[in-house]
Design a protein around this ligand. Sequence first.
Ligand SMILES: [Ca+2]
Ligand SMILES: [Ca+2]
Length: 484
Amino acid sequence: MRHLALLGALLTSLAGGSGAQTALPLSSFEGQVIYQVMPDRFFDGNAANNAGVNRADPRAWHGGDLVGLTQKLPYIQKLGATAVWLTPVYAQQTVNSFGTAPYHGYWPADFRSVDPHFGTLADFRAFVDGAQKAGMRVVLDQVINHYGYEAAAVKLRPAWFNTQAQCDASRDKDVDCALAGLPDLRQSDPQVRELLLDNADFWREQGVNAFRYDAIKHVEGPFLRDLLDSDRQAGTWTLGEWFDADTGTVADWQKAGFDSLFLFSLQDAMKRSVMGGQSLGAVRAVLERQNELPRPGEVALFLDNHDVPRFAQGSLFEDEGRARTRYGLRALMTLRGVPVVWQGTEIAMRGGPDPENRRDMRFEDQWTPEEREVFEATRAAIAARRASPALSRGAQTLLPTPDRLSGDLLLFTRQLNGQTVLAAWHGGRERRTYSLKLASLGVNWKALAATPSLFAGQDARVSVSGGYLHLSLPARDAAAFRVE
Ligand SMILES: [Ca+2]
Ligand SMILES: [Ca+2]
């Protein structure tokens, strides 16, 4: 597979003339919306593979599998996501560590087979085929830093792993020391390097479109660059997880070959501003750095995931947690980048740190009316984003707001091919009307009669008259308006 990719790159280079790296088109997820699934906690489609399942224990296997995920593709499609990221499905260590089963997929024992709890390789291929027939892309989680604590390879191949002495002697402890005590692969070892590069080829051959690389902060940089070269030559989109990455870290790694990283600094700011009710200044400060990114349309944006407490958990009160999750999801759909929605966030599921943030997904027949309302709002916001080229792929420009309003009001435009969408985030506790001089915003829009938000089910309006922009915005919500 790698040889074919290299041959392809050589041919591209001969045709383009200016070298393989510059001649290759970049893989892109701009315009996509990713839905994140942890298969064990999503849907059980096959009770025959439920060895050791105990749903009453949050640290045990819960029985979800690839057949169940395939059965629920229509649900993901109904939400409007265009891609599915699934956490690892490799064969895991067969025993528990620290009282926890490897249900999460991050304790691999064999990178080239599917854990029997998830199903078979044929089940995986059926899932990929089903997703792609439904027009969705598949993002597969890849572990490249470690094996599971109890994986056989740890004893069989000691030379593959960093020792305590190597960790002690290292000047880069993040890379050469064990992450949470996990057997730490030495990617500079030729066999390890080959193993991991071949793993990528193996899963690519199963039809996946993209890799989400786990824990890249802890992986040797020269190896990562080789891996990314190989992925780029094969046309695979790459999304790196550097825990706590800010815009500068994302920019560095986009320059080094990643298509995307998760923007943790935005997640933190949205947790404080949108969920916590603090000033929108924290969000503005992150968005002001957007121009540092070589490819701002590719950066992965999220409210929460399987490694952090759930977004809704940021409020003590369930109703407030739901309302602000709806605000956060609408806000996410106004931003430039690739939104990622973690299973259950579309119904504002609650839960603190692991494993409380990984409770079993609940589907439509199990929802309360309030959960259904959050789902419908999310669905409408995703639909509006997908229907608007400016909202899904347009350039993003922050508008200046008067200092006295800037804690409660964040305005920016998304523009593409002469179309403009105005995004308005409103952090105020009460519904409010704002009238702002167009000149002070640096825009010159035509007169516009009262126009509703692009997000269905939301009472927000904009109008333009007499040189002013008038906004009527509900409390703590984000809206998007077509202007010209
Ligand atoms: Ca099962
Ligand atoms: Ca490491």
